[in-house]
Design a protein. Structure first.
Length: 352
């Protein structure tokens, strides 16, 4: 089954329904491995490459920006900047003081955004980004699966930046030619609606996409944000379709295979909540009953959703990447759909 291409909002761009995520490059993956993944992705037909100023993950001062540098060295070696739709992100408020030259917490104001874009363009070796996304909002929110009572925005004590101010800063980047289109990430329905309202009433850039977590353990995007695709042409760039690998089953019963992200960095808390293991067991049973690879099933299901513009996959080896790419040959039949929906009715969203 060939890879299909979908409109990126109202931008006029078409992007592959599978995008290549890159956040492990520079930490779990070497430069050569990143280049090999890019070569394979483009050979497969993928044209959307997603990165961020804060990558690689986990965020550390020593490796910050390394992923963009690896993509940049690949572009210098291969050329063909026009073959890809290149997306990056500017960090919202956090305690990562190394992100800015003045050592202050990042904010989504003009000063910070202008500094961030210059750094990203320099590392990537390009003079423009096709899509520039706000990695997370600059207002009080519990993010990345944190409980409602947890410290917001990583505990960063930074003043809220009005959305209009952020959008005006992005407008400057669009007018300068450094950014073609803008997007959001880890955003809510209220936030997206506010951005759209301001773009319409103030003649400011229009949001093309939202990059949020979406997988079998977290379908919260469906509850308020999915409707924006049909009514406003703003689709989802779905990240973490495998729930950080938990949907493969490799972490069940406390297993921690050597070399995996959870074993190396202990960063799986979002998917280690009450009810997740039982839900994963149920989805693994669907894969087993239909004779399917559980990772391919999870990825194919995300890609099959009508509001998904692109499904962002990531891998730490070419074998993993090849297996994930094989998901395009898997069709979500009505029988599979019914089983998944029945499980969701019982299990809900244990890892939002």
């Amino acid at each position: 089954m060939p890879l299909d291409y979908r409109p990126l909002g109202r931008t006029g761009l078409s992007v592959s329904s599978i995008a290549l995520g890159t956040m492990t490059w520079g930490e779990q993956n070497t430069e050569a491995e990143g280049h090999a993944q890019l070569d394979r992705a483009l050979d497969f037909g993928i044209n959307l490459i997603d990165t961020a100023e804060g990558y690689s993950i986990p965020p550390r001062q020593e490796t910050q920006g390394s992923t963009e540098r690896i993509i940049g060295s690949w572009l210098r070696a291969r050329g063909g900047r026009d073959r890809i739709v290149l997306a990056s992100k500017v960090a919202g408020p956090s305690d990562r003081l190394w992100l800015r030259a003045d050592g202050q917490p990042p904010r989504l104001d003009a000063k910070n955004i202008n500094e961030a874009i210059e750094g990203s363009l320099r590392r990537l070796g390009t003079d423009y980004l096709d899509l520039y996304q706000l990695h997370w909002p600059n207002r009080p929110l519990s993010l990345f699966g944190a409980a409602a009572h947890a410290p917001v925005n990583g505990g960063a004590d930074t003043p809220e930046v009005p959305i209009e101010e952020t959008l005006e800063a992005l407008d400057g980047l669009v007018k300068s030619g450094k950014v073609r289109h803008i997007g959001l990430s880890n955003e809510t329905a209220w936030g997206l609606s506010r951005f759209l309202h301001l773009s319409e009433t103030r003649n400011l850039p229009r949001v093309a996409s939202v990059q949020n977590a979406y997988n079998l353990l977290n379908r919260t995007y469906e509850e308020a944000l999915a409707e924006f695709h049909a009514r406003e042409d703003v689709g989802l760039l779905a990240y973490s379709p495998l729930a950080q690998g938990f949907l493969t089953g490799k972490y069940q019963r406390g297993a921690r295979p050597a070399g995996t992200r959870v074993a190396l960095f202990d960063r799986g808390a979002r998917y280690q909540k009450p009810g997740t293991e039982e839900a994963i067991d149920d989805y693994l049973a669907v894969a087993r009953d239909f004779g399917l690879d559980p990772a391919q099933l999870a990825i194919a299901w995300v890609r099959s959703r009508p509001f998904v513009t692109a499904n962002i996959i990531g891998a730490t080896s070419l074998d993993q990447l090849e297996a994930d790419l094989g998901s395009v040959d898997l069709a979500i039949t009505p029988e599979i759909e019914a089983r998944i929906d029945a499980i969701h009715q019982i299990r809900g969203n244990p890892a939002p």
